[in-house]
Design a protein around this ligand. Sequence first.
Ligand code: MG
Length: 333
Amino acid sequence: MTHSSSKGLLPKLVLLMLTLLSFFSLANITPVEKHGSLAIENGQLVNQNHQAVSLAGPSLFWSNNGWSGEEFYSKEVVTNISKQWQASIIRVAMGADFKGSYLTFPEDNLLKVTQVIEAAIDNNIYVIIDWHSHHAERDVEQAVHFFQLMAKKYGHLPHIIYEIYNEPLKNTDWHSVIKPYAIEVIKAIRAIDKDNIILVGTQSWSQDVDISAKNPIKNVKNIAYSLHFYAGTHREELRQKAQQALDAGLALFVSEWGTVTANGDGAVDYLETEKWLAFIRKNKLSHCSWALSRKNEGAAIFTAEASITGPWPDEQLTTNGRYLKNIISNWGY
Ligand code: MG
């Protein structure tokens, strides 16, 4: 027995329509709808289906009161970075311990940080909550308190990534200072949130990932190590260190990088940035570029006249800003 062609046509049309519908809805799927809860498996960031994932977005500037970056801590900015730039992630750089920071003005800074985190959740993009400090080991109790607060509030959501120490200095020893700090803060987070990704800063402004690879944190899942670079200063030598760490099985996450020199200024180094981007693509790393600010320096994404909410026409972006927008909006996720 065979069905007549007229009987078979209707189900075929319905099937075709459903296929088209799912195609168009997939094309507009948000990053968190697509990837869900993230994990680290065999040194690689993976999504809910155990597939490698590579996220791209910008970092906010220090949140400190009275510094120039705080004006971009808003829902509108996050929505425009998500919709206009197609970013899959944004990094909150919560100034921890300088003038105007969380430790001196906790309520102000918490409010700014919370606005961005909740806007990222609303837009279904990932968000890094970064303890933006060069001396985090001096304030372990406060860091523990802050991350427990964040874990209680947001740890059940797939969007959240914790970054517990932005950039330890060159003389801050991994083995005796950074690693013990990390173990304590990780323990506090894991008491509340068993699974979200935790990024651990590494010695020398988050460059000495090779040192961490020789003495990694054991028996905790979903840990990655921060690799930061500024293309105008850090080159092949740093990529080789990163490669050593990857070869040793360490998961790396480029939670901050710049196209300019390490002091945040100077011109865009296109040649070296392209080498870094090839390295990042090849190793399926995720990255956040510095920084959403109107400060008069090379790393600023916006011109002095730019809107503080967006969307931003290209003439409101610096040379660096136009280049980063192009990288992020074409990255895919
Ligand atoms: Mg969780």
